[in-house]
Design a protein around this ligand. Structure first.
Ligand code: GLN
Length: 452
């Protein structure tokens, strides 16, 4: 009997991390909000959601807990989508405070909280969400969190009540901001909306979907819904990268290198842009208020899979697959002996550059150098074969600028492949390279015939 091949090494990786870290006995379950103290220290969920919405999971990934501070980046996204960064940053800064999550980190003079990831900044951010009443504001917050998670979320009323009953420090932060003019809504109500936001129930998979939505330019990869614009997702990920892990944010960026957010119930969500969202949940916390197992799990996975944001990205294949002139690389057309002789003498006036893959900044820079080497000095023909390349807006513009210059210098351009936009360089379009080269050769032969 042959055994089925096990393809899913992603789930195996998560299960292995889960197994390795379950015996860890460090950390304390948060107790300042009484019901949180009842959490089982051995609950440990891990989940990863890919950019096509595939969900991988291990451990207690389907057990519900309150989202707590992991809600902050997602509500920040909602407020940013409504107000824009310029307006929002008048009220809440973008600077890491280096302080604990519940610190009184308010700017001298203005009372502006340092960032939206600490409690003060989150209370202010939540209350910038436009609404006619606190109830409506919370509904908008819950709708946004649900859209990020891809399902309707609800509130753990018991945790909410306990949080409100023990929430004097957060209320004090709201009062201080109100007195300084940095919070415009009623401070008591402002704190209540924030408490309800923290008491929204999620499981580990929900958190991974939420993070994956940020990683996927604001589009939920499971539901396909565009939850926030791409620019907002980038802004939120930036703030998570510098402020998401409170007073441990610097060490986190060094060791893990992914934008992330943790919360006191033991949740941790991290995003690997264009790759996946990942989440862990394990109640025992370190002294900065982040899940002990979650932090080690992410360190481990980041090392194993090379996930650090500032890691040199791997180049998978050569960008320029061919560059030279028709003198050596002629089209396959049948030619007379005389034509062949003419082409081998005059063929240097026909340049060919073929490229493949994504034309990002680096790839485009290589294409430009290949063009610089092959495009003839006197006006000739330039065949650019991009039928296996993908051109994106910004680098396409770099290439577009150069193609217009090439045209202005008197060269005729033959473009192979659908580059998705017209560079306004008068190029002829061709379906394959042979045909484009033959077109250039025919034109060269006609010109040489006329010159005789
Ligand atoms: N609701 C908690 C608080 O305000 C959230 C803090 C956290 O998760 N770090 O104290």
């Amino acid at each position: 009997m042959t055994e089925a091949v096990a393809f899913d090494v992603v789930s195996e990786g998560l299960a292995e991390v889960h197994r390795l870290l379950l015996p860890v006995r460090e950390g304390e379950v948060a107790s300042y909000i009484p019901p949180l103290a009842l959490a089982d220290p051995d609950d440990f969920g891990v989940a990863l959601v890919s950019m096509d919405g595939h969900r991988y999971q291990a451990g207690s990934s389907g057990t519900l807990f309150t989202i707590q501070s992991v809600s902050k980046p997602f509500v920040h996204a909602l407020a940013l989508a409504e107000l824009g960064m310029d307006e929002l940053s008048r009220w809440v800064g973008n600077e890491p405070s280096g302080d604990a999550f519940n610190a009184i980190s308010l700017e001298d003079g203005t009372g502006r909280p340092a960032n939206a990831m600490i409690n003060a900044g989150a209370i202010a951010t939540t209350n910038l969400v436009p609404a006619a009443s606190s109830a409506e504001r919370f509904d908008r917050v819950l709708d946004a969190l649900s859209a990020f998670a891809g399902r309707q979320l609800d509130v753990d009323e018991e945790v909410y009540r306990a949080e409100s009953a023990t929430g004097d420090r957060n209320r004090a932060l709201a009062y201080l901001m109100h007195a300084a003019g940095s919070l415009r809504t009623d401070p008591v109500e402002a704190a209540e909306v924030y408490f309800r936001q923290c008491a929204v129930r999620v499981d580990t998979v929900d958190l991974a979907v939420m993070a994956a939505t940020l990683a996927n330019a604001g589009v939920n990869p499971v539901t396909g819904e565009a939850v926030v614009p791409e620019a907002v997702a980038v802004e939120v990920l930036s703030v998570m990268a510098t402020c998401g892990m409170y007073d441990a944010a610097g060490d986190w960026l060094v060791r893990v290198g992914l934008p992330a957010k943790s919360g006191v119930s033991g949740g941790l969500a991290a995003a690997s842009p264009a790759r996946f969202g990942i989440a862990c949940w394990s109640p025992p916390l370190d002294r900065t208020g982040s899940t002990v197992r979650g932090v080690v799990a992410l360190r481990e996975l980041s090392k194993r899979f090379g996930l650090h944001l500032l890691h040199r990205p791997a180049r998978t294949a050569d960008t320029v697959t061919e560059h030279g002139t028709a003198a050596r690389a002629a089209s396959g057309r049948e030619r007379t002996a005389e034509e062949r002789a003419l082409l081998s003498r005059g063929g240097d006036r026909i340049a060919l550059v073929a490229a493949q893959g994504e034309l990002d900044f680096t790839a485009t820079e290589r294409v430009l150098r290949a063009l610089a080497e092959t495009v003839p000095d006197e006006p000739g023909w330039v065949v650019v074969d991009l039928h296996r390349a993908i051109a994106y807006p910004t680098p396409a513009t770099m290439l577009g600028v150069v193609m217009r210059r090439v045209a202005a210098a008197g060269h005729r351009i033959a473009l192979v492949g659908d580059v998705g936009e017209d560079w306004d360089c008068g190029a002829t379009r061709h379906t394959d390279r042979e045909e484009a080269l033959a077109w250039a050769e025919d034109a060269l032969l006609r010109e040489l015939a006329r010159a005789r």
